[in-house]
Design a protein around this ligand. Structure first.
Ligand code: DX5
Ligand code: ZN
Length: 221
């Protein structure tokens, strides 16, 4: 599926789970490029969300990217691919054999992504950057929606953007956590190709207006 860059990826973590299909349809109708699905195992992060069944329920016509905040993502690659996930982002901190995991995600037919916690240096993924589809910089410590953007992330985004270019990688640079209309311009200026926003979108009253405002700050009409 083709997406416009910079892309907007609403995180459904802050959506109304009782009417998730409608929530997803509404943000898509108003210009969401892909849907960010946070998968948490209560182990890597102190929170629980959902598994492949949720992806299966939402898959129809939707570009779904699963953000795996789980200790052992390898166990779930095939299940999420079968369920209809279009892309899978794994945390570098959780993979002893990151190279193998990324190839397994690719072989399962999904776009590949690698995520870094705020405290994890970019050079941890240097070797895999040339062949991943996406690098996700966490701008909060993962586990919860609605946290404040960590200010030092801006400089990290700049450095990540530089690393992608220097390594001739075609990876998209995605940023997740604490993104609001107010800080989106700076994040895109720093080099982000994709903005994940949960509470800023789903806690707003008017998705059309909020997504429109995000698009403007991203330099899109
Ligand atoms: C945090 C998740 C994020 C979260 C973002 O662990 O990975 O995707 O939903 O939520 P906001 O946009 O509210 O910070
Ligand atoms: Zn996420």
């Amino acid at each position: 599926m083709k997406i416009t860059i910079p892309a907007l990826a609403p995180s459904i973590l802050s959506a109304d789970f009782g009417r998730l299909r409608e929530e997803v349809a509404e943000v898509e109708a108003n210009g969401a490029d892909l849907i960010h699905v946070d998968i948490m195992d209560g182990h890597f992060v102190p929170n629980l969300t959902a598994g492949p069944a949720l992806v299966r329920a939402l898959r129809k016509g939707t570009n779904l990217n699963v953000h795996m905040m789980v200790t052992d993502p390898d166990c779930f690659i095939d299940e999420f691919a079968d369920a209809g996930a279009n892309g899978m982002t794994v945390h570098a901190e959780t993979c002893s054999h990151l190279h193998r995991t990324i190839h397994a995600v690719q072989e399962a037919g999904m776009k590949t992504g690698v995520a870094l916690n705020p405290a994890t240096p970019i050079n941890m993924v240097e070797e895999v950057l040339p062949f991943v589809d996406l690098l996700l910089i966490m701008s909060v410590n993962p586990g919860f929606g609605g946290q404040a953007f960590i200010a030092s992330s801006l400089d990290k985004i700049r450095r990540a953007s530089r690393a992608i270019k220097e390594l001739h990688s075609e990876a998209l640079l995605e940023v997740d956590g604490g993104l609001k209309i107010e800080n989106t311009h700076a994040v895109v200026q720093a080099g982000a190709d994709s903005i994940v926003a949960g509470s800023a979108i789903f806690s707003s009253q008017d998705y059309q207006k909020t997504i429109g405002d995000f698009h403007k700050k991203m330099g899109r009409e």
